[in-house]
Write a protein that binds this ligand. Structure first.
Ligand code: AMP
Ligand code: MG
Length: 347
């Protein structure tokens, strides 16, 4: 049995950024020449281009912000995080008191779960652990990888379901055995926090920041040209199908079957799970890109729309005031009407 493992850690590959007219100058403090940096945080690549006097310091602070968000709030793995504490307290009769931030995050997640009829579901933790998706990242030898069997999946699904959660007075009632996973929204939440930070930085005029498959554009470039955010070709993730031309502040999130997957006996198992089956989603979509003003929403919707497919997914995105673009196995593109004004095919 031959198994292969692939991961595109850098979702700069998933969604490329074109920064027209910007030189690759490090340490240059002139406002019309950006500072560029590439680092890792939140288990992915963080790519920043910032224009302004304080660009270097701000880039460093943004990295720290992402790391703090992961360690104090979102990681299911790190025992200092709020998600870890929630999972460890599943079944507690008196409920789990939440920070204001986490309460807001869970409220929005539950809204998307309801609107997507459970396609997006943060109670997917047990199923994701079973597939051991995180072990697919960066491991060379996956000879020992074992696919979960049907019985295990059925058992994990019994402890999955957003309607099992009760959120009341900043308290979460999480039933015993149910485990949360915020992997589908972490990068989008990071974009929201980065956007808020930049709004308070008088000396940062503009910038574009990618955290894995999620990208924030901010402000207007000194030469007034629009941001160009690439939409990857899922059939050849080194290339772009086209790009979104954007002005000002936007969040762009992409979910794709090429981002993280394992191949067993020639079959590809990717990381976006349909909660109805416990199996990787199979809606005929290979990649979805969502455009929204809100980072958490763009990230949650990209995951939900991947599972729902183009027709239902478009309706879902539009119901949240977002735009969506879908690519299928033949490379066909379907998009919401509103997306047409932003998307341009590569020549
Ligand atoms: P994304 O790449 O944003 O689509 O997020 C995928 C990640 O979200 C996976 O690695 C899982 O941790 C988690 N996940 C997988 N399926 C779902 C789902 N149906 N709902 C919510 N989170 C999911
Ligand atoms: Mg997502």
């Amino acid at each position: 049995m031959k198994k292969y493992l692939y991961i595109l850690t850098g979702c700069i590959m998933a969604v490329g950024i074109f920064c027209c007219g910007c030189g690759e100058v490090l340490g240059n403090r002139k406002q019309n020449i950006p500072i560029q940096s590439i680092d890792t945080a939140m288990g992915t690549i963080v790519n920043q281009t910032l224009y302004g006097e304080d660009a270097e310091e701000t880039a460093e602070e943004i990295l720290q912000l992402i790391t703090k968000l992961e360690q104090e709030r979102l990681s299911w793995r790190v025992d200092t995080s709020e998600v870890y504490a929630m999972n460890a307290n599943a079944g507690r009769q008196t409920g789990i008191p939440l920070s204001k931030e986490m309460n807001g995050i869970l409220e929005k997640c539950l809204q998307v779960s309801g609107a997507s009829e459970g396609a997006f579901d943060i109670t997917i933790g047990r199923v994701v652990r079973l597939w051991d998706i995180d072990s697919w990242a960066g491991v060379e030898d996956v000879e020992e990888y074992k696919l979960p069997d049907e019985k295990e999946i059925r058992q994990a699904l019994e402890n999955t379901g957003y309607e099992k959660l009760v959120l009341q007075d900043n308290t979460l009632y999480l039933p015993e055995y149910v485990q949360l996973d915020l992997g589908a929204v972490g990068k989008g939440i990071a974009l929201d926090e980065i956007g808020q930070k930049l709004a308070g930085e008088e000396n940062i005029a503009a910038g574009v920041i990618s955290v894995g498959g999620s990208i924030l554009t901010y402000g207007i470039k000194p030469d007034q040209s629009p941001w160009r955010v690439g939409v990857v070709n899922p059939g050849d993730s080194a290339g772009n199908l086209g790009y979104l031309e954007l002005t000002g502040q936007w969040c762009v999130s992409t979910s794709g079957d090429y981002e993280r997957y394992v191949e067993v006996d020639g079959v590809r198992y990717h990381h976006i799970i349909n909660p109805a089956t416990g199996q990787p989603a199979d809606s005929g979509v290979r990649g979805v890109t969502i455009l929204s003003k809100d980072g958490l929403l763009s990230d949650a919707l990209s995951t939900a729309c991947f599972i729902l497919g183009a027709e239902e997914g478009s309706r879902l995105a539009e119901s949240f005031g977002a735009e969506a673009l879908f690519v299928d196995y033949e490379g066909n593109i379907v998009m919401t009407e509103g997306m047409e004004q932003y998307f341009h095919l590569s020549k």
